[in-house]
Design a protein around this ligand. Sequence first.
Ligand SMILES: Cc1cc2nc3c(=O)[nH]c(=O)nc-3n(C[C@H](O)[C@H](O)[C@H](O)COP(=O)(O)OP(=O)(O)OC[C@H]3O[C@@H](n4cnc5c(N)ncnc54)[C@H](O)[C@@H]3O)c2cc1C
Length: 324
Amino acid sequence: MPILTFGTEAQKARYLPRLCDGRSFGANGASEPEAGSDIFSMTTRAVRGGDRWVLNGRKVWITGGPIADVFLCFATTDPSKGVLGITAFLINRDTPGFHVVREIPKLGMRTAPMGELVFEDCELPAENLLGREGRGARIFNAALEWERGAILASVVGTMRRQLDRCIQQARTRKQFGQPIGKFQSVSNRIVDMMTRLETSRWMIQRYAWLKQEGKDATIAASMAKLHVSECFVQNSLDAVRIFGASVTLSRGAWSAMSATAWGASSSPAPTTSSATSSPSTCGSDRWMSTRPVGLIASKTWAWKKSTAQKGKEPRFRSPGRRGG
Ligand SMILES: Cc1cc2nc3c(=O)[nH]c(=O)nc-3n(C[C@H](O)[C@H](O)[C@H](O)COP(=O)(O)OP(=O)(O)OC[C@H]3O[C@@H](n4cnc5c(N)ncnc54)[C@H](O)[C@@H]3O)c2cc1C
């Protein structure tokens, strides 16, 4: 979108067809080790020399960094002007002096790899400047409005799937002689999850409608990102609680969905000692699972160590060893 909105005709022709049909992948480089929330305090420096720019600096947390072909990066062309000194540049991956130095491992969303970028006397032709010199903040904010509003649209689908699975679990899992959904504390959770799903959907649709109408969507985009992400974390925690011990044994999509909750919360994970309980009979019936995660982790480690000493393979793997 920044290229479409601020690019020259030559830049649009060069980059957009490949980005749109998937032959190219783009990334956005703004954050630096010392410039996070205070993004316009960035120190990556671009100095003009004739018809070329020379960039030096470092960017971190760049989504898509390890795989992108083209990067929209921000640098200061005049530190004395603060935010008005920020300028945007388009950089091809193979530009001399531009390096993707490492892939940063992540807790969740591991299919979107994250990288760190370094500029070492990286020379760019003048035509790689996007927009006008000193207008980078405007481009950054415009790009971020799209990102904030749209990035969590897919999460609404995940929340829908999460909810469907929780309803199914509440109907089929029986404890104390009845489906757990008959307990009000479980059905209330499902009502709350559904309400969060609906409000999230509406906020994203409202943002999309504002964009479609050509209206200012800055606040709507920020509110949507805040609301949907908070709701997703909360729904993931509720889903983990509804599934009880069985969630600790799942893999793949279900684990990915609840990874947000695992990472975001310091509250005790609803788990029982898998080494001793039988999944079909000994869940909440036996004891309410509120043991601190640290205690369980240290017990798991001790148990693994003892089984390893006896030459046996551990029967389950901790979340830290999950593949994918
Ligand atoms: C999954 C993911 C993907 C990302 N992808 C990209 C990307 O593609 N490109 C890119 O450039 N960056 C990316 N980032 C980086 C992201 O933009 C930064 O994480 C964000 O700007 C916050 O900076 P920080 O992490 O350094 O936190 P900090 O700024 O250090 O903030 C730490 C804490 O301090 C609080 N805080 C900071 N300032 C204030 C204040 N004034 N008042 C009150 N509280 C404050 C924050 O709210 C936060 O709780 C990504 C981050 C994540 C997590």
